[in-house]
Design a protein around this ligand. Structure first.
Ligand SMILES: Nc1ncnc2c1ncn2[C@@H]1O[C@H](COP(=O)(O)OP(=O)(O)OP(=O)(O)O)[C@@H](O)[C@H]1O
Ligand SMILES: [Mg+2]
Length: 247
C-alpha cells in the first residue's frame, strides 16, 4: 500500500426531494473519505444509509449536490477515470438473450480491447469466476449467483486499477462467497485499490484493510480492521458495527 490517495470524497452532499412541498432531506450529509493506493475499503451501513448512492457518485453515475469526488486525481466520471475503473452495480442489468460470453465480449469492446487481448482476458476471467462451462448459455437461463459471477467478471475486463463493487457477495452461496473472497485476495495482491459495500461482515473483516460506517448519510466511524479486532475492545466486526449504528 502506498500513501497516494486513489479515491477521495470531500464533503459530498446529496438530497432527496419529496414530491410533497418539494421538501429536501439528506441522503448523503457531508461525506468525506479517502482510500489509498492498494487499500481495500469496506463501506458498511444499514439499508438506506447511502452506500449505493456513494458508489454511484464515485463512478460518476450521479452528481452530488455539492462536494467533490475524485478517482485517481480525476473528477469522478471523467473519461480518464472511467477507463481505469471496474464497476459492479448493486442490481446489474443484463441482456438476457446474449450468452455470458457475448456479454463479456460486448463490455470488452466498449473498452476498445483488441480482439486477441479480449479473447485471452475473457478466458481468464470466466475461469476466475467459475463460469467457463456455462459461458455459452443465454443469460436468461442463469441463476442469480451465476449472473453475479458474470457481473464480477465484466467489472474486471479492462484490468482496472480501481474497483467499485456494490455488494459483490449478494446472491452467492457459501462456495461463491469463498470464491469472491479469493478473487479479492488476488486483486489485493496485484495492488488494486478496492472499494466495496457489503452486509456480510465476516467476509468484510476477512478482506478489508479499513471500514467506514455510514448511518443516514453520515460517516459515523472509520477504523482499520486491525484496530477493531485487536485492542479495539470489540469481539468482532459485527459487534463494532452494531455499536456504531446504535443497533
Ligand atoms: N433516485 C432516488 N430518488 C430518491 N431517493 C433515493 C434515490 N436513490 C436512493 N434514494 C434514497 O437514498 C437513500 C439511500 O439509498 P442507497 O441505495 O444509497 O442506500 P444503501 O445504503 O445502498 O442501502 P442498501 O443497504 O439497502 O442497499 C434511501 O433512503 C433511498 O430511498
Ligand atoms: Mg445499496
Amino acid at each position: 500500500m502506498t500513501g497516494v490517495n486513489v479515491i477521495e470524497a470531500r464533503g459530498l452532499k446529496k438530497d432527496r426531494v419529496s414530491s410533497f412541498l418539494l421538501k429536501r432531506s439528506p441522503i448523503l450529509d457531508d461525506l468525506s473519505l479517502t482510500v489509498r493506493e492498494g487499500e481495500t475499503y469496506g463501506l458498511l451501513g444499514p439499508n438506506g444509509a447511502g452506500k449505493t448512492t456513494t458508489v454511484k457518485i464515485l463512478v460518476g453515475l450521479i452528481k452530488p449536490d455539492s462536494g467533490d469526488a475524485l478517482v485517481l486525481g480525476q473528477k469522478a466520471g471523467e473519461p480518464e477515470a472511467l477507463k481505469q475503473i471496474g464497476f459492479l452495480p448493486e442490481n446489474p442489468y443484463f441482456y438476457s438473450h446474449l450468452t455470458g460470453y457475448e456479454f463479456l465480449e460486448f463490455i470488452g469492446q466498449l473498452f476498445a480491447l483488441k480482439k486477441k487481448e479480449l479473447k485471452e482476458r475473457m478466458a481468464e476471467l470466466l475461469e476466475l469466476v467459475g463460469m467457463t462451462a456455462d459461458a455459452n448459455q443465454p443469460m436468461r437461463k442463469y441463476s442469480k449467483g451465476m449472473l453475479q459471477r458474470l457481473g464480477i467478471a465484466q467489472s474486471l475486463i479492462n484490468n482496472p486499477k480501481v474497483i467499485f463493487w456494490d455488494e459483490p457477495m449478494s446472491g452467492l452461496d457459501p462456495i461463491g462467497r469463498r470464491d469472491v473472497r479469493k478473487i479479492l485476495e488476488r486483486l489485493k495482491s496485484e495492488g488494486k485499490t478496492i472499494f466495496f459495500n457489503s452486509h456480510l461482515l465476516p467476509d468484510v473483516s476477512d478482506v478489508c484493510d479499513r471500514v467506514g460506517v455510514l448511518v443516514k448519510g453520515k460517516l459515523v466511524a472509520e477504523d482499520s480492521i486491525k484496530d477493531i479486532e485487536r485492542g479495539g475492545g470489540y469481539k468482532d466486526l459485527e459487534e463494532y458495527f452494531l455499536t456504531k449504528v446504535g443497533g
